[in-house]
Every structure is written in C-alpha cells, then in structure tokens.
Design a protein around this ligand. Sequence first.
Ligand code: ADP
Ligand code: ADP
Length: 228
Amino acid sequence: MTTINLEHIVKKYGDGFPAINDVSLDIKDGEFVILVGPSGSGKSTLLRMIVGLEDITSGDLMINDKRVNDLAPRDRNLAMVFQNYALYPHLSVFENIAFPLRLQKGKHSEAEIKSKVEDAAGMLELTEHLDRKPGNLSGGQRQRVAMGRAIVRDADAFLFDEPLSNLDAKLRGQMRTEIARMQRRLGITTVYVTHDQTEAMTLGDKVAVLKRGVLQQIASPRELYEQP
Ligand code: ADP
Ligand code: ADP
C-alpha cells in the first residue's frame, strides 16, 4: 500500500529558472502514472527527487502520508529502473537479481533468496537464463534482469526513467506488454517517464504532462490522446 504526494514541489539548480516549478501531484496506491514532456521539461529531476537522488528546494514530498524530503534514498524503499541497466557484468543473472537482497545483510536466508529470485525470474521469463552473464543476453533480457532486481526487493513503488528507449521497436513492444502485466499483477504504485507516445497511451492509468517544470495537465490516456 503506497501513496506518493507531491505538494508544491520546487527544484532550482543554482540561480536559474526552476527546473521544477510548484508541482503538485497525488499518486494513489497501485496507480500507474506516466510522466511525459519535452526534453529538459524536468521529468528526470522529478523522478530523482522522489527516489531521493536530488534535493528538493521547497515543497513537501509525502510517501504514505509521511514527509520524506530529508530521508536518504535507502530509507525510502523505492525501486528505480534506468535506461542503462547498470548490471554487474561479472555476476550471473541470478546474482544480479539477488544483489539487493544480499545487500540487506542477514535479512534473508539462502533459501529465501533462491525462492525470491526464482519467482521474479519466472515472472520475467528469465528462468532458463539464470546462470548466464549479462554480456551474453539481448537488450530486452538485460532490461528484464534490471526489473527483476527491482521486483525482488519488495519495494513500495517502481520508478522508471525511459527504461525501453535503448531497445529496438520489436523488443520495446514486448517489454511494454510485460511491464503492463507485471505492474497489474503486483499492483505496485508506479511512475514511468517516457517520451514515447505509444507507451504513454497504453501503459498508464494517468498521464501527467510537464512543460518547463510546470505540470500542464493530468488526464487519462484516453482524455489526452483520443480527443479530436
Ligand atoms: P494544493 O494546492 O491543494 O496542494 P493543487 O491545486 O496544486 O493542490 O493540486 C491538486 C491536485 O490536482 C494535484 O495533486 C494534482 O493531482 C492535480 N493537478 C495539479 N495540477 C494540475 C493541472 N494542471 N491539471 C490537472 N490536474 C492538476
Ligand atoms: P527531462 O528529464 O525532462 O529531460 P531534466 O530533469 O533532465 O529534464 O532537466 C530539467 C532542467 O534542469 C533542464 O533545464 C536541465 O538543463 C536542468 N538540469 C538538470 N540536471 C541539472 C544539474 N545537475 N545541474 C544543473 N541543471 C540541471
């Protein structure tokens, strides 16, 4: 059960025009919100503030009704998936997925780790590839490993930063279907940044449009794209 509320969030880098300018947005439990907007409109900045990789200049960021502005990323329990997958080349697929569990030292038994990794791998059709190294995988498979790593943690929410933009069109289509299925199955609150209109139309419950740091509109994909 996870809600994320942005209340009058402002982000200034140095003295310039704010990268994010008074954005308020309520994300409900289990909701899948797509964030779109031109390059430089502040999408990454917003996502990075939610995960805690970027300081918030002013405003309140609430996760489950608790103000988390000053909470370190590791204490927010959110899983972020980037477009460059950041896998460990010398580790097997199994160990790449298990990595966040091993970081939580002593919290999980070996049997627990095995069962969690195998569950995630099953969901992502990686079962047959668990012993391979990332270097031998296709782009889509690597992206799935990155998602597996996000899933095993039992994170409170997923944050995606253009996760499919490095894939070719066919793989993108497949992965889109998989992400939609996985999100529905897990029912996990998700914020997804993209500049791909198909992703924006098909993946989310809501589309939020950012322009020059300002939230222009928030609507269902239908309302946004199917109006005459
Ligand atoms: P408050 O001032 O009470 O913090 P806002 O009026 O800024 O709230 O926004 C209330 C909610 O309306 C937001 O959390 C968001 O979900 C939605 N919202 C914000 N901006 C827009 C917009 N430009 N268009 C449509 N909905 C918006
Ligand atoms: P988007 O993800 O929509 O492309 P960004 O969040 O990356 O947008 O950038 C929003 C604005 O903030 C841009 O004007 C960008 O130049 C600026 N910006 C982003 N990161 C930094 C930074 N680390 N230092 C200074 N300015 C930045």
